[in-house]
Write a protein that binds this ligand. Structure first.
Ligand code: ADP
Ligand code: MG
Length: 288
């Protein structure tokens, strides 16, 4: 039977917005040795802004961005929202897109008029035969770069900034002070991943990961005595959330992330992870 203290603990967690699906998750949380954190939308606010656009081909910036917005209108990714917001601020009219396809953790593609648009990280475009080295990329240091191709030719690079959540650094410090090893696993490229890791004080950072890579790296961390937790928000985090011993999903995250996790953080904050671990440890002490 579930100890009374655990039932009370689950109730207390709900008061600070941590919805615990099963009592044993609260008991497992006390033993967490490692916490893996997704970057975009988990450490960061997930409300990215476009800071710079560079045209690299024959198309003007407004033309490329109108085509890009026509594709991103169909994507749920935070980057897509930034593009759509930019287009509406610049009065660019999105047009109908056909054959939209999202490649989780990599980018998007669609046909807009007779143009074939690809947008995503450098590997994704290279994989589709786009030469991304033909233009020197004027990236803003530490920001995410989205590469945009029209008919397999690089047309623009878009720099995107996604600031840390206001409490991320403090929450990570608290979790580290509990003796837990913390790492970042992200689908984003090294520059943005390294900057965020530095700002928040995390040494281990793994970048350019596909969803299944995140899960495989978690499996590789397993050793006797290790209890591995994962915190994430996206479709791209679902396999990792399922493969961890305990998963925390951001309440604003995608449904599939929430379904794959044991605990949902309605506060959308890593402070909820620290609070859950502290509560769990206190609960276990009263049972012993
Ligand atoms: P994270 O693990 O940090 O949450 P994702 O796995 O969601 O990141 O995305 C990894 C990378 O894939 C992004 O940094 C971006 O370069 C690219 N990407 C994903 N979705 C899109 C999109 N809709 N538009 C443009 N680029 C995208
Ligand atoms: Mg994410």
């Amino acid at each position: 039977a579930t100890p009374m203290a655990v039932i009370m603990g689950v109730g207390k967690a709900a008061e600070f917005g941590a919805l615990i699906r099963r009592g044993d998750a609260l008991q497992t949380a006390a033993k967490i040795t490692h916490l893996v954190i997704d970057k975009t939308g988990t450490l960061t606010a997930g409300r990215p802004r476009i800071t710079q656009v560079d045209a690299t081909g024959t198309h003007s910036i407004p033309d490329v961005m109108a085509l890009l917005a026509s594709v991103e209108t169909h994507s749920e990714h935070p980057i897509a929202r930034a593009v759509v917001d930019y287009a509406s601020q610049e009065n660019l009219q999105p047009i109908a897109a056909k054959g939209f396809k999202a490649h989780v953790g990599q980018g998007v593609e669609a046909m807009v008029d007779e143009w074939r648009i690809l947008a995503g990280n450098q590997q994704f475009l290279q994989h589709h035969g786009v030469d991304t080295g033909q233009a020197s990329v004027a990236a803003v240091p530490g920001q995410t770069v989205v590469f945009v191709a029209i008919d397999e030719t690089l047309a623009a690079t878009v720099c995107i900034d996604d600031p840390l959540r206001h409490d991320a650094k403090q929450a990570v410090e608290r979790i580290k002070s509990m003796g837990i090893k913390v790492a970042i696993f992200t689908g984003d490229a090294a520059p943005a991943a390294t900057r965020i890791a530095h700002d928040v004080g995390i040494e281990r950072v793994e970048n350019t990961l596909l969803p299944q890579d995140k899960a495989a790296l978690i499996s590789a961390m397993r050793h006797p005595g290790a209890v591995i937790a994962m915190a994430g928000d996206g479709i791209n985090d679902a396999p990792a959330l399922a493969s961890a011993d305990i998963g925390f999903a951001m309440g604003s995250g995608t449904d599939i992330a929430i379904e794959s996790a044991d605990i949902t953080l309605l506060s959308d904050s890593l402070t909820g992870v620290a609070d859950t671990i502290a509560l769990s440890r206190a609960t276990i002490r009263t049972i012993k």
